[in-house]
Ligand binder design. Sequence first.
Ligand code: BES
Ligand code: MN
Ligand code: ZN
Length: 493
Amino acid sequence: MATELVVSVTGRRLPAGRVVVGLFAGEKAAPAGLPAAVAKGVEVALRRAGWKGEEGQSAELELAAGRVLLVRGLGKRADLDAQRLRAWLGQAVDAVRSADEPAFVLAVPDHEIARGAAAAARIAREIAIAGYRFDSWLGKKHRSRLKRVDLLPPDGDAAAWRAGVPVGAAVAAGVALARDLGNTPPNVATPAWMAAQAARLARRHGAKIRILTPTEMKRRGMGGILAVGGGSEHPPRLVRIELGSGPRTVALVGKGVTFDTGGISIKPAGQMDEMKWDKSGACTVLGALEAMARLNLPVRVRAYLPLAENMPDGRAYRPGDIVRCANGRTVEILNTDAEGRMILADALAWAASEKPDHLLEYSTLTGACVVALGPTGAGLFTPDDELAGGLLSAAESNGERLWRLPLWREFLEEMRGAHADLRNSGGRWGGACTAAAFLSQFVEPVASWAHLDIAGPAYVGEGKIQRGATGYGIALTVDWLRSLGKSGRRPRR
Ligand code: BES
Ligand code: MN
Ligand code: ZN
């Protein structure tokens, strides 16, 4: 797979590699607690003419034994916040990568936003994520050599860092897995290939897995996923994984459209390649499973991944078709490009029929959601205020942007069909909300459900270095699952 940075905490005896230290503007002494040789080097750098410690400023000097010290400005102490620190960490990783070494040591800035186990988890995750490269398809020359970073905790905070870093590292491993799967091209990542990756994950962690093929889907009346997958040479799959145990059961459902051409309602050519990331919801769910397995969270999770390729073909479903989904609802197809909700309908119905305490679903569902919230924000739809509060606060504390959007009755009315219970596409307005209203018809009897429309933040379409799957949603989900495990309350039924 691609290049993933391994992050761990180190003690005073320095491991190999360049040492990176952050310095605040206007501060004239080395941070406390650095190993003596490093502290001495920092003092030298501080006395250099022109050193101001401004954001973006950096200096390199040689310590004893050929070790290189890299000092980088952090700007004013009072201005540092989580977002600025994340950017600084990313620049530090890039600076070391260009030196082409396999490892480095990072002295974590001594600042209150970097203290405590939660901060340690967040920062460890951010560094690991900044170090990720999807370079397995590149020639050896172009692959990143950077493989590990050892962190020197802020002075006196080592215990919190030893507790927090493994949490961040587990989430980062989940994110790396999700990004690898998401970035894998659609000629490789077919529904069967994705199901095989899910099976590998299940085997790794001793989880139960079931993979439905079209024969079994027919038996279960899953007309939605069968319709969407019908036009492809690569038949659909529906994966169910059960992992972990605890007082609560959470179902996670993720849209896995391995490529979305739009089908007969075909998309325009521009940027159609980005539709390889239409499987991001499924990747987020697998990434969250990977992290929670590593953390041994005391919760039972059932994952449901509907996997299908949306292609135009003689066997493709068409506008005008009426299909019956697993819960008996009929849907009139108006637009074959509204395929996500069709495969989710069957997966949600299955998940809900097993009566989890909570049901969370992730999908790159609508362009309308990106229009509403921009490329960094995901839309949250849920009738459960307590669940909304938990997810929004988990998102907020992990630097993932999530914004609640409404499930008003008029959106559902918009989705009523003329000749079927529902239609799969509404009018021009409120496309993210009408899609959510459609999904609400497949979650019974679960009251505590949420739909996250991740079409914006699931991937970065523009640029070359940053381009790719982001693993959005894993950090907030794992955090929310952790808080669920801790609260120990019995769910309200
Ligand atoms: N996968 C797309 C949504 C999407 C668009 C994700 C842009 C990421 C970026 C989805 O299947 C789709 O095509 N949705 C349609 C729905 C419409 C036909 C009702 C859309 O958003 O236009
Ligand atoms: Mn589509
Ligand atoms: Zn789609």
